[in-house]
Design a protein around this ligand. Structure first.
Ligand code: ADP
Ligand code: ZN
Ligand code: ZN
Length: 671
């Protein structure tokens, strides 16, 4: 007997011989211990058992059977195969992403239910009553599920979407079904976890990538036993958990780009994956957001998804008033205090006086975006990446935000001075969160300020601490990157300041406009207290850009229509599908040569639908040079034939003698 075994390496499967004494305990979905190459041992998953001896290769034996019963269900297997084929990544990479780390090593895990086996009863009754607006949205969702499996809940910030989810979850549980509730990584805070724990008690499982391996293994294994969790609250990767009777999937903040995995493969989108998963189980899907993705909204418009609109904030809170401040003009008139306009300073001062809190948003961490020699204009750049370095004043260092390299601050400019000269003068350009904090301290010396970015919130505990401090009013002003926009609900924030709305808008990406709208609307939505309208000061150099006015008017429709016109014209989603094809190599000349060759093959297959090769915005990262192709696929094209064309080109390229170490990968539906 032979077994095809899936290993956590970027291939599809390997064949091993099954020793006779193991034959009786072989079954699909169990783990076995095998050797790969000379010394590596892995726990692999049995995909298939058969009697076809592979020819012309030596077949190694399976060393040990790890599990008593299968730990990957047939539905999971089918789901993994979908992810692998849709996102053009080997099945082994899917296995790697799907399992907590510890389960890919050789030790076994108990499969028995834990001793104080929860009976899954709900602890405490949930008391929250829905407001009339919430109640009507709730009913509309149920109605829409009668006709369509997927429903988009478009509810403004603070409309109380979570409360609606809770009621829907309770209903699903009463019907004996399981629920998957997805949140973006950073929005999964103890705030939401505690809120759900209070309602669902031990029936709730939380699945987070920052949890220890043991915790994640525990959640995974309980999903297989006779008392699985009734509700899983989890991040992207929880779509890979086993379910027994999935009846409903909620994708909260469905517009969030972080649902798309960027690195490593499989580069899957958790929203699409969740929809696929739900389809497998015949489950209903609810996509919730205040700022829908263009894709989902378009499908709702076309009538493919149900659509429920909720325009009222809970408890009749008003949406904040947004005031645009043209900082291009103020800067020209030299009327800015650092990054702050007088309007913003006044609003912050007023809120502090009234004992209210303030959130300041700047989507750039570090002190300045770059430093520059005052004399010759030299800018320090990363040795491994094609980007300039960011200055971090606290660490007194320059860092690369692409590969993480840290450099000492030079005291001499290598271009225009020598070590024996006096130290060169550098000026720092652009303000990051660190610099905002420094300027703010000068403006408001007695304010208590905290900062939330990748530097101050490296761990989950640090992140949580900053949020807790702010919630309990230990700090008055919270400065942060996009981290502050995610699903946080503070009830004493009356002023939100957007330091510079332009960073995102100026990015060379077809989604930059949509992203800007979403980001600004979400940050603005943090403002507002019960009984008092919140205020947002939006500083921008693009005051005339239509997107700014759309944010001010909270006019999603207008943004959507404008974007659709443009995307239809230039063949972008939702009208065309996009696949980015990347080629990477350490050697620039080899890479360019291979990319040229690949371009010819791709054009043979796809004609004018393929653009490239060209350098992406950052053409070298961590010493690897990168070339990119863009493939635009009309809605009528057959995805499976595109896939086979792509894989054929890849095989051809990789068989070229000089292209041995070339790395080719795909980003399907990039975001
Ligand atoms: P959203 O997710 O739509 O932005 P939330 O669900 O976070 O909004 O709700 C906003 C605030 O209103 C929260 O503080 C929440 O506790 C409160 N809230 C919403 N609905 C109810 C309800 N039915 N009963 C009591 N409080 C509610
Ligand atoms: Zn210089
Ligand atoms: Zn770098």
């Amino acid at each position: 007997m032979f077994a095809d075994v899936l290993l956590p390496v970027p291939f599809n499967a390997f064949t091993y011989a099954v020793p006779q004494d193991m034959e009786s305990c072989m079954s699909k979905g169990k783990r076995v211990l095998v050797e790969l190459g000379k010394s590596k041992r892995y726990a692999g998953i049995i995909l298939k058992l058969h009697n076809n001896a592979p020819k012309g290769v030596t077949i190694k034996p399976i060393l040990k059977v790890v599990d008593e019963s299968p730990i990957v269900t047939p539905q999971q297997m089918q789901f993994w195969e979908w992810v692998s084929s849709y996102y053009l990544s080997p099945l082994g990479d899917v296995y790697k992403a799907a399992f907590p780390g510890g389960m890919k090593k050789e030790q076994t895990h108990p499969q028995k239910p834990p001793s104080n086996s929860p009976k899954g009863k709900l602890e405490g009754v949930h008391e929250g009553l829905l407001s009339p607006a919430q109640q009507s949205a709730y009913s509309s969702i149920l109605d829409s599920w009668e006709k369509k499996n997927i429903c988009l809940l478009h509810g403004v910030t603070s409309s109380g979407k979570t409360e609606i989810y809770i009621q829907l979850i309770q209903k699903a549980i009463e019907e004996g079904k399981q629920v998957l509730y997805l949140l973006p990584e950073i929005a999964l805070t103890t705030q939401i976890t505690n809120r759900l724990k209070r309602v669902f008690g031990d029936a709730l499982g939380v699945y987070h990538s920052k949890f220890t391996d043991a915790e994640r293994v525990r959640v995974y294994m309980r999903q297989l036993n006779s008392e699985p969790f009734k509700v899983i609250l989890g991040v992207r990767s929880s779509v890979f958990l086993p379910f027994q009777n999935l009846g409903m999937v909620i994708v909260d903040e469905e517009h969030e780009t972080s649902y798309k995995q960027q690195e490593p493969a499989p580069r899957y989108h958790a929203r699409s994956a969740a929809i696929m998963l739900a389809q497998q189980y015949g489950a209903k899907v609810l996509l919730g957001t205040a700022t829908p993705s263009i894709e989902s909204y378009n499908l709702a418009q076309e009538g493919r998804y149900g659509y429920v609109l909720l325009t009222q904030r809970y408890a009749d809170m008003q949406l904040p008033e947004i005031e645009v401040v043209d900082i291009a003009r103020l800067r020209f008139q030299k009327r800015m205090k650092g990054a702050f306009s007088q309007r913003l300073i006044d609003e912050i001062g007023g809120a502090l006086e009234r004992g209210e809190q303030i959130i300041l948003f700047q989507n750039r961490r570090g002190f300045s975006s770059l430093i520059q020699c005052k004399q010759c204009g030299w800018v320090p750049r990363c040795q491994h990446c094609d980007v300039s370095l960011t200055y971090h004043k606290v660490r007194h260092a320059l860092t690369c935000h692409y590969c993480g390299a840290v450099y000492e601050l030079p005291d001499h400019c290598p271009e225009c001075s020598k070590p024996e000269d006096a130290p060169s003068k550098f000026i720092s350009i652009g303000a990051g969160t660190e610099r905002i904090e420094e300027q703010l301290l000068q403006l408001f010396p007695s304010a208590r300020i905290s900062r939330m970015d990748l530097d101050t919130a490296k761990t989950r505990a640090q992140y949580q601490r900053i949020i807790d401090d702010f919630s309990s009013h230990q700090s008055d002003i919270l400065i942060g990157t996009q981290m502050v926009t995610k699903g946080l609900d503070f009830d004493n924030v009356s002023v939100v300041g957007i330091i510079d709305a332009d960073t995102m808008l100026n990015q060379p990406d077809f989604r930059s406009y949509e992203r800007t709208f979403q980001m600004l609307s979400q940050v603005a939505g943090r403002a507002g207290r019960k009984g008092r309208r919140g205020k947002v000061i939006l500083q921008t150099r693009s005051a005339d850009s239509p997107v700014i006015q759309q944010v001010v008017d909270n006019n999603y429709e207008a943004m959507f229509r404008e974007q659709c016109e443009e995307r239809r014209l230039f063949h972008y989603p939702p009208f065309y599908r996009i696949i980015y094809i990347y080629v990477r190599h350490r050697d620039k000349d080899i890479l360019y040569h291979v990319a040229e060759e690949m371009g010819k093959h791709l054009r043979q297959a796809f004609g004018e639908s393929v653009l490239g090769p060209s350098s992406p915005t950052v053409g070298r990262v961590a010493s690897m040079y990168i070339q990119q192709f863009i493939l635009k696929i009309p809605p009528t094209a057959s995805i499976s034939s595109i896939r086979s064309h792509l894989l054929r080109v890849q095989t051809k390229i990789q068989s070229l003698p000089y292209a041995a170490n070339i790395n080719i990968y795909y980003d399907v539906d990039p975001s």
